[in-house]
Design a protein around this ligand. Structure first.
Ligand code: G3I
Length: 334
């Protein structure tokens, strides 16, 4: 049989991929089963999609992904229970359209976590409980989201406690991006340390891994893994991709003369970055317990729509025809 990423990495960690139900068929399903042994629903378990009305859940998409995983013996990471994006329209207001109180919002969060975690109890081994709660700039610790404005810091602790009550065997993660940038890394560390010191049931930290051919550096990545794991937490890379564009400098449409082609130069830079980050993952296999890619192949990536709509990106290890790229062969050569 053909060896896949999951086979090359069997003595290291599971290799996952983010999926939508529509990708669980045809050539994409074949590739998933050949290469990966863990799934994350890209959108299907987020509060907006799965809990569209106060008294109505929409389970079909999430169920389909969990069922596919069970049929084929793949693990599932749950994503996510509490986030400021993709929230349902009813969440923060009452019937009159007024902002709800902290008590009401926390009760809604508890009911939501109870329902979702209980439904998949024993089928989801790890949950991203709180996603992206740390601020992007350093004027304050927490993001100024509706969650924070209404509840203060408490929603974070509560989310972990309620998830733990609903499934005591599930591993509970705090998940975020730009976790290797020193300032944000230290703010995340501060939050995690508070939670760990207070005995909150948190087991790990998810480094999303939305990286590029320019960052993170090897030193930044090593420091982040070592700093977070020094708290006794596991580390997982939860949303890996390597954009072929620089993040900050390229948040604009292409200018005349600029190309979005996957040039030989970009291909080489991407290959080096993938090679480097996987070498560092392997060095840390005692604390680094999973690596998940955010999308299957360059046929479709969320980065085709973000930060610039319609600018094609090539961030993954498989090309648009689902064939392994040069970077793939670097990742499996060790
Ligand atoms: O489902 C609707 C569809 O009915 C509608 O016609 C269409 C029109 O815009 O939108 C569809 O929803 C889109 C959804 O993806 C499903 O495709 C949303 O607009 C779009 O915003 C949403 O984007 C997702 C994004 O999270 C939401 O912020 C991306 O697919 C998903 O890859 C991305 O994933 C996040 C992680 O959860 C957290 N970390 C960052 C990561 C990348 O942003």
């Amino acid at each position: 049989a053909v060896q896949g990423l999951k086979d090359y990495y069997k003595d290291y960690f599971p290799i996952g991929v983010a999926v939508a139900p529509r990708s669980l068929q045809g050539d994409q399903a074949e590739l998933i089963l050949q290469q990966f042994n863990s799934l994350t629903p890209e959108n299907a378990m987020k509060m907006g999609p799965i809990h569209p009305e106060p008294d109505r859940y929409f389970w079909d998409d999430a169920d389909a992904i969990v069922q596919f995983a069970q049929e084929h013996g793949l693990k599932v990471r749950g994503h996510n229970l509490c986030w400021h994006e993709q929230t349902p329209p009813w969440l923060f207001t009452d019937a009159q359209g007024d902002t709800v109180t902290k008590e009401v919002l926390l009760q809604r969060l508890k009911d939501h976590i109870d329902a979702v975690v209980t439904r998949y109890k024993g089928k989801i081994y790890a949950w991203d409980v709180v996603n992206e709660a740390i601020a992007d700039d350093s004027t304050q610790l927490l993001r100024n989201s509706a969650w924070y404005q209404i509840c203060g810091e408490e929603f974070i602790t509560k989310a972990f406690e309620w998830a733990h009550e609903a499934d005591p065997d599930a591993q509970l993660y705090y998940n975020d991006y730009n976790t290797e940038r020193p300032e944000k890394r230290e703010r995340i560390y501060q939050l995690l340390k508070k939670l760990v010191d207070a005995g909150v049931p948190i087991h790990g930290v998810g480094l999303q891994g939305h990286w590029s051919i320019y960052e993170p550096t090897a030193a930044e990545l090593r420091t982040a893994i070592e700093r977070f794991s020094s708290l006794g937490l596991d580390v997982q890379v939860t949303e890996l991709d390597v954009s072929v564009y620089p993040w900050e400098k390229f948040r604009r449409p292409l200018r005349e003369g600029e190309s979005d082609a996957f040039t030989a130069e970009r291909e080489q830079q991407q290959l080096e970055q993938y090679k480097q980050v996987f070498a560092i993952f392997r060095e840390h296999k005692d604390v680094l317990t999973s690596v998940t890619f955010w999308n299957i192949s360059d046929r479709y990536s969320w980065l085709d729509h973000y930060p610039v709509e319609g600018r094609k990106n090539y961030p993954l290890l498989f090309d648009e025809n689902l064939k392994p790229k040069k970077a793939y062969w670097e990742v499996v050569k060790f």
